[in-house]
Design a protein around this ligand. Structure first.
Ligand SMILES: Nc1ncnc2c1ncn2[C@@H]1O[C@H](COP(=O)(O)OP(=O)(O)O)[C@@H](O)[C@H]1O
Ligand SMILES: [Mg+2]
Length: 359
């Protein structure tokens, strides 16, 4: 297993900076998820690590060794893609054995390693079948087994679960998580799905336009986003983002001019910024039914409520936009007239979307 470090890595395709001066290290045995919208440079980063793409500038290190310009086969990385590339004419058993045979391992070793993969992936029912006869989840399991049986220095996964039905995807996430911990493999997993990222990663690396926006444990990205983009990309239902005036007492939200009084340290942060206006971010879970006579209660216009599992949410209109809040369990038509905002949990952004630090 290797530690992988990217130092000022850039990849340009003509005028497009697909990867734009990225520096980050993936620790030995760490499960890191590269997350971001389509086109932000995730796949290109992964292909550089695999050696399938040449960096325009910068370095890639596996432990102490620079591999930036080494061919893929000497890097000992394994990569699994969204669409599985198993050999259709070979049984799963022979697909897994293939990379081992190719490097001349003994029959006894190959048998032992297939048994090892079987133990981890529970492959009994599929070992003697051909890929074409398997459901997508089972095929992806076989592809993962073929990738990890070689004991690569790094495991690279490019949207490996996105072609799998929602229902099997959760099971595959669980499998992947266990497998990764059991093997202790340095794993870099790419996805555009924030829920997948949040449920799998030791650390999430959020990307945008070829750059890293923020890297940290899932809870840190959720609770402490560096900017408006990060706040909005992570969390579902998504954060409420509202224009606000910053005043001496607090904030005044939207055209509806809802005044919110703030804790002192928040006021200090707004004062330090010197800005008269900006934006606030409010997670739906910080917006809950108000008690009677609440100061700064938020009026609920034209609400619709819905449940996701046992959680109830309400969408309502204010200042020409839709706000999202959370309701206690109850009948669907029971929606309060006003909602309460937990001021301690507000995020503040400059008009350009940069987060204002609260000391
Ligand atoms: N081979 C290529 N030639 C030209 N442009 C490319 C090539 N590969 C990727 N790009 C561009 O680089 C950017 C990043 O692409 P990619 O790494 O595939 O993003 P992601 O995996 O995050 O969706 C996109 O603008 C894409 O169009
Ligand atoms: Mg991609």
């Amino acid at each position: 297993m290797a530690r992988v470090a990217l130092e000022n890595l850039s990849v340009r395709f003509g005028a497009v900076a697909a990867v734009d001066d990225i520096s980050i290290a993936f620790e030995q045995g760490e499960f890191v998820v590269l997350l971001g919208p389509s086109g932000c440079g995730k796949t290109t980063t992964l292909r550089c690590i695999a050696g399938l793409e040449q960096p325009t500038s910068g370095k890639i290190l596996f432990d102490q060794d620079e591999v930036s310009h080494l061919p893929p086969r000497v890097r000992q990385v394994a990569m699994v893609f969204q669409f599985v590339s198993l050999y259709p004419h070979l049984r799963v058993r022979d697909n897994i054995a293939f990379p081992l045979r190719a490097r001349g391992e003994s029959k006894a070793d190959i048998t032992r390693k297939i048994a090892w993969m079987n133990k981890i992936f529970d492959l009994d029912e599929i070992l003697d079948r051909r890929p074409g006869t398997l459901p997508p989840g089972a095929r992806q399991k076989a592809a993962l087994a073929r990738a990890v049986v070689r004991e690569p220095r790094v495991l690279l996964l490019d949207e490996p679960l996105s072609a799998i039905d929602e229902q099997f995807r959760e099971e595959m996430r669980w499998e992947l998580r266990h497998l990764q911990k059991e093997l202790g493999m340095t794993t870099i997993h790419v996805t555009h799905d924030q829920r997948e990222a949040m449920s799998l990663a030791d650390r999430v690396v959020l990307m945008r336009n070829g750059k890293i926006v923020q890297a940290g444990p899932p809870a840190e990205l959720f609770d402490d986003p560096v900017d408006e983009f990060a706040a909005h990309f992570i969390g579902s239902p998504s954060v409420n983002l509202i224009d606000a005036a910053f005043t001496d007492e607090g904030v005044v939200l939207g055209d509806a001019q809802v005044p919110i009084r703030l804790p002192d340290r928040h006021l200090a942060a707004l004062r330090r910024s010197g800005l008269p206006r900006g934006k606030v971010g409010i997670r739906p879970h910080s917006l809950t039914p108000a008690s009677q006579g609440d100061y700064g209660a938020i009026p609920v216009h034209r609400p619709t409520s819905y449940a996701i599992g046992r959680e109830r949410f309400v969408d309502f209109e204010l200042s020409g936009q839709v706000w999202k809040g959370v309701l206690p369990p109850g009948p669907e038509d029971q929606v309060p007239d006003t909602m309460h905002l937990d001021p301690a949990k507000i995020f503040y952004f400059t008009p350009d979307g940069v987060r204002l630090p609260v000391a």
